[in-house]
Design a protein around this ligand. Sequence first.
Ligand SMILES: Cc1cc2nc3c(=O)[nH]c(=O)nc-3n(C[C@H](O)[C@H](O)[C@H](O)COP(=O)(O)OP(=O)(O)OC[C@H]3O[C@@H](n4cnc5c(N)ncnc54)[C@H](O)[C@@H]3O)c2cc1C
Length: 512
Amino acid sequence: MDKINADVVIIGAGLSGLSAAYHLLDQQDSLKIVVLEAKDRIGGRIKTVQLKSVGDFVDLWDVGGEWVGRAQVHLQTLLRKLNMDNFIPTETGANTPIRWTTQLDLKFLMWKLKRLKILMEQHHQTSNDSARMKQLDEITVENYITEQVWTSGSLSVIDSACRCMFGLAANEMSLLYFLMYIDSAGGLDKVTKPTEYSGKDYRVKGGLQQLAKNLVHKIGSVKVLLNQAVTNIVQNSEMVAVITGNRIQLTCGRVILALPPHQITSISFTPTLPPEQLNLLESVPLGFLVKFAVTYEQVFWDGGNNGQFGFQNVLEDPKLGAVGIVYDATSSNGNPALAGFLSPVQGDQSNDEEYEERILGLLSCILGDPARNYIDIAIKDWSKEPFNGGCFLKSLIPGTTNYLNQDLRKPFGRVHFAGTETATVWCGFMNGAVQSGYRAANEVLDNLYPQRKKLKELELSGGARPEMNIIKSISIVVFGAGLVSVAFLLLKSSRFSPSYTVSSTHIRLLYE
Ligand SMILES: Cc1cc2nc3c(=O)[nH]c(=O)nc-3n(C[C@H](O)[C@H](O)[C@H](O)COP(=O)(O)OP(=O)(O)OC[C@H]3O[C@@H](n4cnc5c(N)ncnc54)[C@H](O)[C@@H]3O)c2cc1C
């Protein structure tokens, strides 16, 4: 067995694991870090593919994580640090029309959900497991919606949204988890609408895989070991040993697990994980989603279907048994494409040819026969992806949610937990992956360098000498004024968004 010593071992080279490694080295470049990845590629749930496009040229499309929201501060900041450019995608036509009665019904529903969220926050502040929280956790999204709405259209819109956002039907999800998810993103509007401060504003030039590559470049590629699926973690009060299927044994001070929760349960722990944490990890089922990208010679959908083809079209075809979202995915180089999702029912064993037929069926259903004249197509069934097994994210089944999944990120001895599902901000999104990576890295740094933690606590409590506090306050004001001026100048010249503004909430989130 090969043996390696390290300060920190990170398991998983998805966005959360790579962000954790990047942050650790950014804070303490002398640390010896090793990142172990089970697959032969980095990136996890981000994956960019090459497709043939106009004039036999090839271009790049994302079949995993793709959209970056303006309010997603952790991700935006990371992209800027790595000099990566966003672009604002084409918007053609309007969204699929929804009847006015359904729209009214949905407006009321949003208002009720907002009230419920406020109630939930009040409960959260007083007690974690209050009776009301438990009640919300025990019912499904469908149970709640059925009681609250009066049009069948609303039920179908929410069910489609759940299937497209989580890869799970509304009757499979805890209402409390649903509320937690939209709360961590700042509201349902922010998750679903392609507007300012939503989760869907930009795409990244050249695809998101480049972000993973750039992070590995910064970390140092020799520190990232591929084809190393971790099978065992053994720890005592002094150290941790991590063993991979390829019989490498790493000994280190701290471990960060940056995996989707259910993948953690395939690792054997000595001593074993506490039963309640194991139960929670096992109660996080996979979503079922297929993402596709189809390239064309030209944009034929602008104004198609009587101008109704939109940025996002939620389609449902009972004959094809498919729910889908389709959007204009024309690349930053102007190569025309459509992309979207199919949400097959769980257990669907269709192969790529069958999926292709369904996708073309759905596209031609709204756009006519030209949809079948494509140049190239990529289909990614995430339920078949090894060491991932589903997408976008894992959702909690009724009866298991501890508000904001605190138990999912509670350290276990020397083992810390990252991964988008453990995030408190934009949980489930790439931003959540970055935030969780930074948070886990900070936990590790606080443990490796206790004086760092003490300093932070002292700063937070204002524990320095009074005269020092006055000097500190003056410095903060001067520094703050300088920072605001620099930020103002930077924002004015920003190539990102002219309307991107940094609020105090954003600043707080950056340091979480
Ligand atoms: C189709 C699709 C579309 C999406 N669209 C968007 C979007 O538009 N915007 C957005 O913000 N987010 C989107 N997401 C979500 C986003 O991609 C994820 O939130 C994010 O990439 C998760 O990163 P992660 O590091 O938490 O997990 P992962 O990316 O899953 O990384 C975990 C890594 O751990 C590895 N691993 C697993 N088991 C082991 C083991 N035993 N040993 C070693 N390594 C192991 C895996 O191989 C994987 O590389 C999308 C996801 C999908 C699948």
